[in-house]
Design a binder for this molecule. Structure first.
Ligand code: ADP
Ligand code: 5GP
Length: 195
């Protein structure tokens, strides 16, 4: 059954690659089916095993991505680990029509662009207990080659520094124990409206 949170603004989730963003919001989707919808981004990276076009990402060639930029089709877009990622205006409009709370999983340059847009959103940052734990999760996931792991770890430091900038994120959750972190996420998302 759909149980919408009191605050229905889009939720922007960011945090270093491998920290557990997807794991956490997939638990939310399981627990509250029909309430939330993922903003399916466009990307030029190759699909991982099990990733489906149109479900996890819209997997597109570089030319299509660049055409979308030229046509002003993105709300935000960025390069991460050598690949391009972006949130299309059409995706946001379509998702909003479904009456669900839209969740965006994006990196920090995209966060900055959404903050400079006219989109009113809530910003959640997922932090690792340590860089060592982050690295072991990234390796343990088994999806990245060594070069990709190194790029993602280098970028993790930038993401963590950005999370220290005051007033950027509404909520920072350290994902150490998964169940605890999930409960914190759920509690924040479902908190009563303030004011
Ligand atoms: P992200 O979406 O942030 O890149 P994932 O959700 O893919 O990260 O998680 C990366 C890996 O870490 C996955 O293998 C996942 O099962 C694991 N993981 C996530 N959260 C935890 C946690 N709290 N404790 C241990 N492993 C975790
Ligand atoms: P991955 O390749 O692991 O799926 O994603 C790598 C990074 O790209 C993650 O930090 C994820 O949040 C980010 N990302 C995914 N989609 C988008 C998007 O549409 N825009 C931006 N700016 N970042 C995205």
């Amino acid at each position: 059954m759909a149980t919408p949170p009191p605050d229905r603004r889009p939720i922007v989730i960011s945090g270093p690659s491998g920290v557990g963003k997807g794991t956490l919001y997939n638990l939310l989707f399981q627990r509250y089916p029909d309430t939330f919808v993922l903003s399916v981004s466009h990307t030029t990276r190759a699909p991982r095993d099990g990733e489906q076009d149109g479900v996890h990402y819209h997997f597109v060639p570089m030319k299509d991505f660049e055409d979308l930029i030229a046509g002003d089709g993105f709300v935000e877009h960025a390069t991460f680990g050598g690949n391009r990622y972006g949130t299309s205006k059409m995706t946001i409009a379509e998702q909003a029509k479904k009456g669900k709370v839209v969740l965006l999983d994006i990196e920090m340059e995209g966060v900055k662009q959404i903050k400079n847009s006219n989109i009113e959103a809530r910003y959640i940052f997922i932090s690792p207990p340590s860089l060592e734990v982050l690295e072991s999760r990234l390796r343990g996931r088994g999806t990245e080659n060594e070069q990709s792991i190194q790029k993602r770890l280098a970028q993790a430091t930038n993401e963590l520094n950005y999370s220290q900038v005051p007033h950027v994120h509404d909520k920072i959750i350290v994902n150490a124990d998964l169940e605890k972190a999930y409960k914190e996420l759920e509690k924040y998302i479902y908190q009563p409206l303030s004011g």
